[in-house]
Design a protein around this ligand. Structure first.
Ligand code: ADP
Length: 678
């Protein structure tokens, strides 16, 4: 019996494992780095042990140290979560050598699936269908290229050690092969310390469908059906669902049986996922097996009613599987949306910052929020930028999707940019509603999806004006007379105010007049902005604006953003059913202007390292020419010429670290040149 469990992980997965352990009366030990001293997983565990500095290699990846901690604290099992040490065969072995149960498969199974190319050999021998491709040991460029040429383009280059979409490049024609290979190898080397490559036929319209398998130590194996994870960006999942839309019973059982065959081929034990590409004609191909619990396991839990962490713990202590294949069935439909600190409108790049506002929707039986952060926490550069997983269940796909949209509308985060509005838009996007899923879904619809970028709607205008009026009223009420307040009161018109606010680059002016002052604490206002006008009444209740616009009552959550000390204007964000809207209350002009015209495209999108320059100083380039490559959070990002012009000077050399926002080079646009010459 497992009595005390150490969770060698952090964030939402550590919290997830701790909650099941608690349910089973198992004592828990959390580990934490400098960055996580006040983290939720630390607060939830019975004991918590400091294991080192913030970078994962100095804390969560210190296998030997974690084993020592487990021994000192009388732990009988370690759950590795996902990521970090979860697929580290040496760690699994070290646990065994120290008589600690590793809640995961045997080291030999991890090893067998550790390399995508070795895994393919095993699956080929076991008769599991593979994507056509080259997975040999000869890694000379000539051989790799010949494989691609023979197969015909497009092909996909994949790092054998890959994961998380890193070290992967599509190649559309022969001419692009060399550059793509160089980039994929570089990314693989920096992420995984090696650059062994696979070449695969690139399927243009597949779906990513994966099977959850479970095996025990007594030779039993079952599959807990499939998850469709086709909606991806950068080859990484953002929305997962179960069951896969349109799946036939025949394909489901063929895939399920192939997955069990794959697991049996490596004497698997515990929770595992066999990933397949499912082609339009119903054929499917093995991609890889993940020898751990997956991020998206909750959708399987929602449709089967099983607790997979509980299954893991039972199997780890030698019990037989809780259910047989016949006893498992699918109930309803579930979605998981991954809430990331990232900017969908800037190439989905991860962002960092402080979660100043963090208000998830209410958890119920049908809406589950798996998270590891609290309001005020930092999303740092050290770890994955996932903030939470929002999981919903419905009787069918349509109901579940509607519920997902609703729950996303109720998820309010400010302080870091997130993909929430993008995800909410996806739930309303017809091709997604019709389940026209392929792994290129996001790319294919990118233009339509980018239109989800929140911009204001006319219904938002009275909300913004009223918020500013009320905030100022609250701030100035006791202290000052109206004409000293921060909005432009007109001294001769006792009940009028002129407010200016800016959204993105647009300046809006509101004329506000009290029409009925008989209720002095909550007067009625007429608000006019351009051609629109509304009758409005409102109050601030905590962090909500309770507002009636033309007789319709709404409760709108808001936050005031912290401004720089030197900044006079106030910045607000409101969370409307249409999305998150940030705006600035512009104070009456005092004659200062701090408009700095920076060219964002030549600045580092975030903290990172310069990888290489792609042209020389002095080069004359055309718009869109790649100029340099930088790496941030283990992903490469290419900086392109914003217009025709000259690369005058690089401010950073390859290998140098740069801060997010730093200007990377001096670029003279052609128009500037001409202006200079004339
Ligand atoms: P990782 O381990 O880095 O996540 P995978 O091998 O699991 O990489 O692939 C990730 C995603 O890349 C898949 O879900 C799919 O969208 C895409 N992909 C992988 N192989 C192919 C292929 N041969 N053709 C088309 N898409 C592919």
């Amino acid at each position: 019996m497992i009595k005390k469990l150490l969770i060698a992980n952090r964030g939402e997965i550590a919290c997830r494992v701790i909650s099941t352990a608690k349910k089973r009366g198992i004592k828990t030990v959390a580990v934490f780095s400098d960055a996580d001293r006040n983290a939720l997983h630390v607060a939830m565990a019975d004991e918590a042990v400091y294991i080192g500095e913030a970078p994962a290699k100095d804390s969560y990846l210190r296998a030997e140290h974690i084993i020592d901690v487990a021994k000192t604290h009388g732990v009988d099992a370690i759950h590795p979560g996902y990521g970090f040490l979860s697929e580290n065969a040496a760690f699994a072995n070290a646990c065994e050598a120290n008589h600690i149960i590793f809640v995961g498969p045997p080291a030999s199974a991890i090893e067998a699936m550790g390399s995508k190319s070795a895994a393919k050999h095993i699956m080929e021998n076991a008769g599991v269908p593979l994507v056509p491709g080259y997975h040999g040991d000869d890694q000379s460029t000539a051989i790799l290229k010949k494989a691609a040429d023979d197969m015909g383009y497009p092909v996909l280059l994949k790092a054998a050690a890959g994961g998380g979409g890193k070290g992967m490049r599509q190649v559309w024609n022969e001419a692009d092969f060399q550059n793509a290979l160089d980039a994929a190898k570089r990314e693989s080397l920096s992420s995984f310390g090696e650059d062994h490559m696979l070449v695969e036929k690139y399927l243009t319209k597949p779906r990513h469908v994966e099977i959850q398998v479970f095996c025990d130590k007594h030779g039993n194996g079952v599959y807990l059906f499939e998850r469709d994870c086709s909606v991806q960006r950068r080859h990484q999942k953002i929305i997962e669902e179960a069951p896969a839309p349109g799946m036939t019973q025949a394909i489901r059982s063929q895939m399920g049986e192939a997955a069990i065959k794959a697991a049996k081929a490596i004497d698997y034990v515990g929770a595992g996922t066999v990933e397949f590409l499912l082609d339009e004609d119903g054929s499917f191909y093995f991609m890889e097996m993940n020898t751990r619990l997956q991020v998206e396991h909750p959708v399987t839990e929602m449709i089967t009613g099983e607790d997979l962490v509980e299954w893991q713990l039972k199997v780890a202590q030698g019990e037989t599987l809780p259910k047989t294949q016949d006893q498992l069935e699918i109930r309803g439909h579930a979605f998981e949306a991954r809430i990331y600190a990232e900017d969908p409108y800037n190439d989905f790049l991860p962002v960092t910052g402080t979660l100043n506002t963090l208000s998830p929707p209410q958890s119920t039986e049908l809406v589950r929020v798996d998270t590891g952060v609290l309001e005020g926490d930092e999303v740092s550069i050290y770890y994955d930028p996932m903030i939470a997983k929002l999981i919903v269940w419905g009787d069918d796909r349509e109901l579940a999707l509607q519920r997902l949209g609703q729950a996303l509308e109720q998820y309010h985060i400010d302080g870091v940019t997130t993909n929430i509005d993008f995800l909410a838009y996806l739930t309303r996007f017809e091709p997604f509603q019709r389940a026209e899923l392929t792994t290129t879904f996001v790319d294919k619809h990118i233009d339509a999806l980018m239109a989800s970028k929140p911009s204001y709607h006319q219904d938002d205008l009275p909300l913004m004006a009223m918020l500013v009026l009320l905030r100022n009223q609250a701030q100035n009420n006791a202290a000052s007379a109206p004409w000293q307040s921060a909005i432009g009161w007109r001294s001769n018109l006792r009940y009028s105010a002129h407010i200016e606010f800016a959204i993105d680059d647009e300046l809006l002016e509101a004329e506000c007049t009290i029409t009925d002052a008989s209720a002095p604490l909550s007067p009625h206002w007429s608000i006019k902005i351009g051609e629109y006008s509304w009758l409005v009444e409102g109050q601030l209740v905590g962090n909500e604006l309770h507002i009636t616009v033309n007789d319709v009552l709404q409760k709108i959550r808001f936050a005031e953003r912290k401004s720089e000390a030197s900044e006079r204007n106030s910045h607000y964000v409101i969370f409307t059913p249409r999305g998150t809207l940030a705006f600035e209350h512009v104070l009456p002009d005092l004659g200062d202007s701090n408009n700095v015209d920076s060219d964002a495209s030549l600045t580092a999108p975030m903290n990172g390292t310069i990888v290489t320059h792609l042209c020389n100083q002095g080069d004359v380039v055309t718009k869109g020419t790649p100029i340099l490559v930088m790496e941030a959070m283990k992903m490469e990002h290419t900086i392109n010429a914003p217009s025709d012009g000259t690369v005058a000077e690089f401010y950073y050399q390859p290998g140098e670290l740069v801060d997010g926002g730093a200007t990377l080079l001096d670029f003279i646009a052609d128009t500037e040149n001409k202006r200079g010459e004339s």
